[in-house]
Write a protein that binds this ligand. Sequence first.
Ligand SMILES: [Zn+2]
Length: 322
Amino acid sequence: MAAQGQTLMVRWVRRAARAVHPGAVARYLAGRTTARPEAPPEPADPLAPFQTLIAGGRAAGLQRPTLFLSFDCDTDLDFDAALEVKRFLDALGIKATWAVPGVQIEKGARTYQAIAASGDEFMNHGYLPHTAWEGDRYVSVTWYHEMAPEAVSTDIANGDAAIRRVLAAAPTGFRAPHFGLFSEPSQLDLVWGTARKLGYTYCSTTLPAYGLEHGSTVDVAGLIELPTFGSTAAPTCVLDSWTYLTDRRQYALGEQYAELMCETVDRIVAAEAPVLLTWYADPSHVAGQAPFERAMRHLVAAGVGSVYGRDAARLARAAAAA
Ligand SMILES: [Zn+2]
């Protein structure tokens, strides 16, 4: 009996010790009842917001993290900057797709003809200008959400014609000017519908939130949408050059651009996540800028290959047909 009672007592003490943390008892006896955290909280999985995107990438036949890099060439400053960026990327073996409004293709014909001759892809980016010089800086112009649907379709068709006429190339993809402000379902339907009529295989005209919800390559009735990408630190914030400029008149790119991109690449490569890193920049913001060059070298060192938009669309369409 005595032995049994002792055993029960030992069990009770052990159970009580597990139920009540000794530290809490000590604090209670010392008169301090405010509990301090016993351990730092578990770090959240930085890839948790990307699970749909990763599953979509796998379903679309993507084997590994892949870069789809494009350049938005909206101003005259981009003529020289684009060539400088192109030389830098060629040396690293990174493919680039160029998104240039028709008026800028005409104005900078020599530059863009030279780039097109190298085999790089040109994405239709509309015809009308996206910026105007005002006082001491460029300001944005041409807002699709302020235009009639017919005027939007016409601008897309005119952008297509400019690429064919000046560059002797046939675009297969489209991105709207200032696309973040043209993302209502009816607006996307207008863009995608016009692109389908032109025989395009893809658009890349949505913000990162669309990708987080729908995937890296999204089949929208036979057309592939390639949503732009954010970073693991800020999944819904597009990782473009404009957002991370520290000087928007003289164009200085912040270190944060490289930090976010390198960290994102490291995490996605470590997880072997089949994600399309759809990033874009403006050449005049990044040409010769250390954070951009560091980020690009980091992508190459991490073994991330690059594709044109048309390649990503072809892969996704083949997976959908299989
Ligand atoms: Zn633009």
